[in-house]
Design a protein around this ligand. Structure first.
Ligand SMILES: Cc1cc2nc3c(=O)[nH]c(=O)nc-3n(C[C@H](O)[C@H](O)[C@H](O)COP(=O)(O)OP(=O)(O)OC[C@H]3O[C@@H](n4cnc5c(N)ncnc54)[C@H](O)[C@@H]3O)c2cc1C
Length: 539
């Protein structure tokens, strides 16, 4: 045993991950007087915005909303240059937050947590790092992210390819120059759609390998209007409060008042056209009350977008391939783009349909589908993440009573409120499965969870208690409720990462809570107010 292993570092709370969630956890837990430290696999803070440096990466919620609310000074000071922040801008902001609140001294970078074990006699978690360090604390907070485990499909021959291979979620810091190169992009989800127009402008030739067409709407990004910024800042505290009273945690969009089928066709077209011009995904889904619950209504919104695609893309065959037909609009992450469909009118861009002719192998020289071999210098995987459960399952997470995360989530995740799991005392998750996290403005959801956890730890301390764990019955009821809510919507119809469909062999379970931020937060607050109803608390 090394000296490090015999002398574990002792903390009050361990945080795993230093993205927006982990950093805010340090801030809040420090205020309770706790000795806290975040362990981060990356060489910098920022999580998503540290790793995803591909060209075109930016947020799809307006930056005045997609930002921390915990400090009014911070939100008044910071200036977002554009409507939607770029990845470098958001990363700059998160680094600013880390410095402004002196958070870095409690972040240990370049450190991956490989295992976590709960000891029920001492009520403490012991974690091990990939550097061999051992750390113990009564509480462990997983701020490991929902979209932090990039996945490359195992295509035969990938290792033999003599060109360069990239994944959008692990983009090189020095950037990539595609000038004069033949590039293949595999995947047309959000990252692919953001990246493709940028690569097309540089590459000699770009092949886009598409299995599933996804709906994308124009972002209508622009420099932030100073008058709009001034007004928003003047209303900030009210707007932040109002955000919690909305389904997606985003204020400023008038809620819909009627069903799409109650409107005449002409009225619908006018509404959708206005939303299309304005840009934004929530805005579009807010056109009518029932777009996410009624297939007929949804089809009117879906078809409007298909018509726009057909009107934009000149080659009719390409246009048809780009028209999504296998899921209702909004049931997969609705993408925002800048000139995505227009890109297919360029002479150097070709769309390859790998639904009808799948990729058989990657060769020394490129990609071979059932029909053709495409010679390439570069392959970019825009194939996403092992979403929502991947990062937690990569850790050897277990208790001395024999519980393991592998077994616990073998048939899909099970949690109480997406915050804790029965069988894993004193282990908290931020925006875990069965919480609205990925279906909301995520910084708001991270703040809500961290605040709830901080209040819970304060309560335990005030009550002389040292252990908290959900009751199995409460967890079962929450999982059932989450499923019932999802089954009342169109979401489960889509083969999305919300159901794990992008990962071969992953159990098909709908993972987010889609009852909305308002209902969810109310439930969390009620649980706390009733003395942590559904949890067992002990000394
Ligand atoms: C390309 C992209 C665009 C997005 N755009 C939006 C948007 O517009 N709006 C929105 O609301 N959300 C968006 N998201 C979701 C985004 O993930 C969240 O908004 C937010 O950044 C999540 O923060 P987090 O701290 O919870 O997780 P992350 O930012 O994922 O951070 C988790 C951190 O944990 C670290 N980690 C994981 N496992 C370990 C381990 N075992 N040991 C040590 N460290 C570990 C990771 O390295 C990572 O840095 C986007 C996601 C992606 C990928």
């Amino acid at each position: 045993m090394s000296e490090k292993e015999t002398e574990p570092t002792k903390l009050d709370a361990i945080v795993v991950g230093a993205g927006v969630a982990g950093l805010y956890a340090i801030y809040r837990l420090r205020k309770l007087g706790l000795k806290v430290r975040a362990y981060e696999a990356g060489s910098g803070v920022g999580g998503t915005w540290f790793w995803n440096r591909y060209p075109g990466c930016r947020c799809d919620i307006e930056s005045m909303e997609y930002s921390y609310s915990f400090s009014n000074e911070l939100q008044q000071e910071w200036r977002w240059p554009e409507r939607y922040g770029t990845q470098p801008e958001i990363l700059r902001y998160i680094n600013h937050v880390a410095d402004r609140f002196d958070l870095r001294r409690d972040v240990q970078l370049n450190t991956r947590i490989t295992s976590a074990l709960f000891d029920s006699k001492t009520n403490a978690w012991t974690i091990k790092t990939d550097n061999g360090e051992v750390v113990t604390a009564p509480f462990c907070i997983m701020a490991t992210g929902n979209l932090s485990t990039p996945r490359t499909p195992s295509v035969p021959g990938l290792k033999s390819f003599k060109g360069k291979v990239y994944h959008t979620g692990l983009w090189p810091h020095e950037g990539v120059d595609f000038t004069g190169l033949r590039v293949g992009v595999i995947g047309t989800g959000s990252s692919g759609v953001q990246l493709i127009p940028h690569v097309a402008k540089q590459a000699k030739h770009l092949y886009v390998f598409q299995r599933t067409a996804n709906f994308s709407l124009p972002a209508r990004n622009a420099p932030l209007d100073p008058e709009k910024e001034r007004k928003h800042k003047a209303e900030y505290p009210d707007r932040r409060r109002a955000a919690y009273e909305t389904p997606f945690g985003i204020a400023g969009y008038p809620p819909p008042v009627k069903s799409a089928i109650e409107a005449s066709e002409e009225e619908r077209r006018r509404t959708y056209a206005a939303k299309w011009e304005e840009g934004g995904s929530i805005n579009y889904l807010y056109a009518y009350t029932d777009l996410l619950v009624n297939k007929t209504s949804n089809e009117t919104a879906s078809e409007f977008v298909r018509e726009k695609i057909r009107a934009t893309v000149k080659d009719p065959r390409t246009a048809e391939l780009l028209c999504p037909t296998d899921h209702p609009i909004g049931t997969k992450r609705l993408i925002l783009d800048t000139e995505y469909y227009e890109t297919y009118n360029r002479d150097n861009v070709a769309l390859v349909d790998i639904r009808s002719a799948p990729i058989n192998e990657i060769t020394l020289d490129g990609v071979r589908t059932a029909n053709v071999e495409y010679a390439l210098d570069v392959i970019i995987f825009a194939t996403g993440f092992d979403a929502m459960t991947g990062a937690m399952k990569e850790i050897d997470l277990r208790t001395d009573k024999g519980m393991t995360i592998e077994e616990k989530w073998a048939n899909g995740p099970r949690t109480y409120l997406g915050i804790m799991m029965a069988g894993f005392p004193n282990l908290f998750m931020i925006t875990g499965p069965q919480s609205p996290g990925v279906k909301s403005q995520m910084i708001l959801s991270c703040e809500q969870h961290v605040d709830w956890i901080a209040d819970c730890l304060q309560h335990l301390r005030d009550s002389g208690l040292h252990r908290i764990e959900p009751e199995k019955a409460a967890e079962d009821a929450w999982v059932q409720h989450t499923n019932e809510v999802a089954d009342g919507t169109l979401y489960p119809l889509a083969n999305s990462w919300y159901v794990g469909a992008n990962i071969l062999g992953k159990p098909r379970v709908f993972m987010p809570y889609v009852g909305g931020v308002t209902a969810y937060r109310k439930k969390c607050d009620e649980v706390a107010a009733k003395g942590y109803e559904g949890f067992t608390l002990a000394v």
